[in-house]
Write a protein that binds this ligand. Structure first.
Ligand SMILES: *Cc1c(COP(=O)(O)O)cnc(C)c1O
Length: 366
């Protein structure tokens, strides 16, 4: 392979992020402090229509603490997609509750409300959709189901900073929502997560759980974790927050270019009223997916990924929750999807090369 590899994802760290880190390090105040508090306020204003936000040390902590804050625990069931990163179901299992897996809508890869309805039992406490790849889940139908059955609704928005549904931001639908700030996500703080909370009660519970159960020093009210974000990470996140809308616009125009020029593959669909923020640009191929991935990587230098090759209900770690479950659309997607580079650092030549490479590899296999 003579040409350089186009990376599947690329965090963008500029001078402003470096200067912000340096400013915090020089201040000598490094642990959770004023930068975190300001980051929470700015994140709320820019990304979740002003809901109260609480910063934590990872997206996974955000899910875990959000679930605990909403009262999820042993004996409860929470319905989640199986077609997602394992952190979604892991966080449910870590509370002592049982993750119950439902199938997806094949066009948008997010929870199918009909499959959710079929999974409801007397123990169901909540539904936690994932806005997978940056496409919003079908929140109107899920909210209706939640209302009918007296269930809570949460959001795993790890991949969906800025995504919208009918003019409303994801992260403002659920009792709580979590955004990941891991380096490959649409914006980063290094590691980190942000919990968007529907009520002050939930926000207070998340704040307590993040800091050993304390709001006031050494007046511990409940048993909690150390899941605090540092001011160093918050300073990075604050700078990224000023750039994420521009990056999203570039992701969306990169996606439009790919969809206009790719041939012989299924390109991403967008539901009516939805704004997709393309954390991933995911196509489907009907032939041998692994051959296509290997050819793209090894012969064409196109760094593509498979998210996710094994559905959660088939993972060694989680399969015991659903030993005989068959989710046909999840299993088909897991066998067919390929995510192509769509990140904002791609050049016009990179985009051309991705299109030419995919079209030739797919044509050769037809
Ligand atoms: C990344 C991710 C998480 C976990 O976030 P971390 O910040 O890595 O802990 C959870 N759910 C989904 C869907 C993710 O993509």
């Amino acid at each position: 392979m003579s040409q350089s590899m186009i990376p599947a994802a690329k965090p963008i760290i500029g001078d402003e992020e470096r200067e912000a880190v340096d400013r915090v390090l020089r201040s000598g105040m490094i642990a959770q402090g004023p930068e975190v508090a300001t980051f929470e306020k700015e994140f709320a204003e820019i990304l979740v229509d002003g809901q109260t936000c609480v910063a934590v040390n990872s997206g996974t902590s955000g899910l875990h603490l959000g679930l605990l804050a909403a009262g999820v625990g042993p004996g409860d069931e929470v319905i989640v997609p199986s077609f997602t990163f394992a952190a979604t179901a892991n966080s449910v299992a870590l509370t002592g509750a049982t993750p119950v897996f439902a199938d997806i809508e094949p066009d948008f890869y997010c929870l199918d409300p009909e499959s959710v309805r079929a999974a409801i039992t007397p123990r169901t406490k909540a539904i936690m959709p994932v806005h997978l790849y940056g496409h919003p889940a079908n929140m109107a139908a899920l909210q209706k189901l939640a209302d009918e059955h007296d269930l809570l609704l949460f959001e795993d928005a790890a991949q969906a900073h800025g995504a919208m549904l009918d003019g409303r931001r994801v992260g403002s639908f659920g009792t709580f929502a979590m955004f990941s700030l891991y380096p490959t996500k649409n914006m980063t703080s290094g590691e980190g997560g942000m919990v968007s909370c529907a009520t002050e009660d939930i926000a207070r519970n998340v704040r307590l759980l993040r800091n050993q159960g304390m709001e006031r020093q050494y007046a511990n009210e409940v048993i909690g974790f150390n899941a605090r974000m540092t001011d160093v990470h918050a300073a990075i996140g604050r700078v990224q927050l000023t750039k994420v809308e521009g990056w999203t616009a570039t992701r969306r125009s990169n996606a439009d270019f790919l969809s206009a020029h790719l041939e012989g593959v299924v390109v991403p669909a967008v539901a009516p009223g939805a704004t997709h923020v393309y954390h991933q640009y995911t196509i489907r191929v009907s032939e041998d997916r692994d051959r296509v991935v290997q050819a793209l990587r090894e012969e064409h230098g196109v760094g593509c990924g498979v998210y996710y090759p094994i559905p959660n209900h088939r993972l060694e770690s989680l399969a015991h929750f659903a030993p005989d479950l068959h989710l046909p659309r999840t299993e088909e997607a897991a066998a067919q999807v390929i995510s192509l580079p769509v990140h904002p650092s791609l050049s016009a030549e990179d985009l051309d090369r991705i299109v030419t490479s995919v079209n030739s590899v797919v044509k050769a296999g037809a």
